[in-house]
Design a protein around this ligand. Structure first.
Ligand code: HEC
Length: 715
């Protein structure tokens, strides 16, 4: 798919017709003859989830979100016999990031484009499907692929947030919509990719968009009616208007300039966790908008509550405490990553804690009562800070990481983070946290001047300076430095217990079990099991595609199952170019994979793909045009088609596009020919000359690639 060539307009139109995009919000009931009971999930059942270990009732299984299962029918002694029980192919060939929910033998999960599917958890038989019919052109408002991370359940309903900002309640027995509410102002480029959580009869949901000039918030809706109960803004708005919440008056003192004009950011796009012990809600707050603080808060300031964990009261959304992990963040260091709750014995005392490993690469143990960090240590190589000053509770910044700067060395971690949305897991049995770690730096150089642009990825940094250098030695050194890890971390002593090196970053979410097992999917296309206590590899399955999502385990008819949603995508293969195909291109084959002891299913062989051929038209444009095209490409196109025009295998690699040779280029880029597939018309942002300049740069890159391939063949 990545290097698919389109040979004619007719072929393009055939593709468009294949999309089948019609009116919004349809639901398909399968004539299964199976009676689906309404899923009976309520507060008592989720709070006591450990009495229901055979179910997976909420995103992280229990409210503590540890992703630890007490099940042990499958264990370190017999996992070698784990086989595929069933699989189910999906119709969305984009990134799959969802954690399935399993209630009373029925599995509910979301897929790309915010679709929802219900299946018999033992057999994979489809019970119903729901498609919210997200307008495909909304895809331009997604930084990181058209993904969805999961659904939530409550008293016979299934809740899903859609890419275009709707929250939809479905009847869990039929998949029919019960209510739907718009959670955003569609004038702004918001999106929902995160899983809702249900607390005390309210559905809690945030949104994303902090490179697209939005202001972050989290909202609570009545689960029965869809009515807004409360909303908490994570960054202050225009101080000339009344503050929505008294704490925002304090927060506004940490901002300077006219931040509300660029949005401010601070989106709550992933973690929302309820603590029944203390009756508190914790939200992970994202990066500032723009990344470059010069353009959002030019005269300094910590910019609360970006890159923080904030505690709120669930009934009212009233502020309780905050802890800012990256004050005045300028590296896209979200704090949205998995928030896990547990109790640890520290210095002889039982402490109620949050375990957090955000993008900034530091592992925090935070007191849930006070919001103060108990300990904080880097869990990977970082160079933006040397550690955390525990008295002040603030990172000790290095001058090296600040920008604008002319340093030629990447800052680590980069914007992918040391750990992104792929959920981590904590096993109370081993006392270890299992983290899918990313090691990838990034060259941040601030722009001198900057105006947020329509339809662009607006970071305020120089995306051309950050482009992969084409010098073979430098390029190889960068590729060598990028990799991943499955890290088992001891949170009490703040040190590694064991780790598995992964040649590629962007591996999957983690599940740990009482069977002394840890399960993780990989970027290389496997699904694997390790011993939880010492990291010995015990089992591996060839999944034929990259696996990113968080696995789950459950019981059906007395047997234990392990399930994971497979399907390569997300920001890494879309945006990072050559880094994403380090070690070979990964294909997207989107399917649910379900395993049990002695399962007898097998996957069909992967269809062979013709190797693509580079056949660009001749280079005729001037150097100045190519350089203008490069600037525009990196600003408008690279987040989907890849840095320096190298696709990560999910969306088309433009160097191979036959549209380069003729007017089809303008039909696609300016006239919206492929809009039904999520490739919008850029006519609101780009002129004909601009589109021609981008084409000149892509043609230049295609010829450069041919030269590079010739040179390396000679060696
Ligand atoms: C939000 C993601 C996104 C962005 C940003 C984006 N594209 Fe696309 N583009 C797509 C998708 C998705 C497709 C594939 C549509 C399909 O499956 O037919 C595509 C297809 C194309 C194609 C057809 C390629 C082929 O031969 O199959 C061209 C040409 C193209 N894009 C050019 C551009 C240019 C130029 C820019 C920047 C101005 C850009 N795109 C920005 C998502 C994007």
């Amino acid at each position: 798919m990545g290097r698919r060539r389109i040979s004619s307009i007719a072929a393009l139109l055939a593709l468009v017709a294949a999309c089948g995009c019609g009116k919004r919000g349809t639901q398909t009931s399968k004539e299964t003859g199976e009676n689906v009971k309404p899923a009976d999930v309520d507060a008592a059942r989720i709070v006591n989830a450990d009495r229901d270990p055979g179910d997976w009732l909420t995103y992280g299984r229990t409210y503590s979100e540890q992703r630890f299962s007490p099940l042990k029918q499958i264990n370190d002694g017999n996992v070698g016999q784990l086989k595929l029980a069933w699989y189910s192919d999906l119709d969305t060939h984009r990134g799959q990031e969802a954690t399935p929910i399993v209630v009373d033998g029925v599995m509910y999960f979301s897929t790309a484009w915010s679709k929802v599917i219900a299946m018999n958890a033992a057999t994979g038989k489809r019970l119903w499907e729901y498609d919210p019919k997200v307008p495909p052109e909304w895809a331009i408002n997604l930084c990181c692929d058209v993904v969805n991370r999961g659904v939530a359940m409550w008293k016979g309903k299934v809740f899903v947030g859609t890419l275009d900002g709707r929250l939809v309640a479905l009847d869990s027995a039929t998949g029919k919509p019960v209510w739907e509410t718009l959670t955003i102002d569609p004038k702004y480029r918001y999106s929902i990719t995160g899983a809702p959580r249900v607390v005390k009869g309210m559905v809690i949901i945030g949104n994303g968009g902090a490179e697209l000039n939005v202001r972050g918030y989290v909202s609570a809706y009545d689960a029965e009616t869809g009515k807004l109960v409360w909303r908490f803004y994570t960054v202050p708005g225009d101080p000339a208007k009344p503050f929505e919440n008294p704490i925002l008056k304090m927060a506004a003192k940490t901002w300077t300039g006219e931040w509300w004009k660029v949005g401010g950011g601070g989106t709550v796009w992933d973690s929302i966790v309820y603590d029944p012990d203390l009756d508190q809600l914790y939200i992970g707050v994202g990066n500032g908008d723009s990344w470059n603080p010069k353009f959002r808060s030019p005269h300094g300031g910590d910019n609360l509550f970006i890159s923080s964990i904030v505690a709120l009261k669930p009934e009212t959304g009233k502020f309780v405490w905050y802890y800012q992990e990256t004050p005045r963040d300028q590296w896209d260091y979200d704090s949205d990553q998995s928030i896990l709750l547990t109790t640890l014995k520290i210095g002889g005392q039982e402490r109620k804690v949050i375990l957090h490993a955000p993008k900034n690469g530091i592992f925090y143990v935070i007191d849930r009562v006070t919001g103060k960090p108990i300990s904080a240590k880097p869990f990977t190589a970082i160079n933006w800070a040397t550690g955390v000053d525990m008295k002040a509770g603030r990172p000790i910044f290095t001058s090296f990481a600040r920008y604008p700067a002319s340093n030629a060395k990447p800052v680590t971690p980069g914007p992918l983070g040391a750990h992104s949305w792929q959920p981590m897991s904590y096993s109370p049995r081993t006392g270890l946290v299992y983290i899918p770690v990313i090691e990838a730096g990034f060259l941040y150089r601030g722009l001198k001047d900057f105006e947020p642009k329509k339809l662009a990825f607006n970071t305020g940094i120089n995306m051309v300076a950050a482009e992969m250098p084409q010098n073979p030695a430098i390029k190889q050194a960068i590729l060598n430095s990028v990799h991943g890890e499955l890290l088992a971390w001891d949170p009490v002593n703040q040190k590694p217990a064991w780790k598995i090196e992964r040649p590629r970053p962007w591996n999957g979410g983690v599940l740990s079990t009482a069977g002394n097992l840890v399960f993780e999917g990989t970027a290389a296309g496997n699904f694997e099991a390790y011993r939880a206590d010492n990291g010995t590899k015990l089992w591996s399955f060839n999944a034929q595609t990259g696996v990113m999502a968080g696995p789950v385990t459950y019981m059906a008819n007395g047997e234990q199952y392990v399930a994971v949603l497979a399907g390569w995508g997300g920001v890494f293969p879309l945006a990072t170019g050559a880094v994403a195909i380090k070690g070979g291109e990964v294909r997207n084959i989107s399917r649910m994979l379900v395993f049990k002891m002695g399962g007898t299913a097998s996957l069909p062989p992967v269809p062979k793909a013709e190797p693509p051929v580079l056949n660009p038209p001749p280079m005729t444009a001037s150097k100045a045009t190519v350089s203008k095209g490069q600037q525009l490409y990196q600003t408008y196109c690279s987040t989907c088609h890849g840095d320096a025009v190298v696709s990560g295998g999910v969306l088309p690699d433009l160097r191979y596009s036959s549209a380069l040779a003729n007017d089809e280029w303008f039909n696609v880029v300016l006239r919206g020919l492929l809009e039904p597939h999520g490739m919008v018309s850029f006519s609101k942002a780009l002129s004909h000359d601009d589109a021609a300049a981008i084409r000149a740069y892509v043609i230049f890159r295609a010829h450069q690639t041919i030269e590079q391939e010739k040179a390396s063949a000679k060696k």
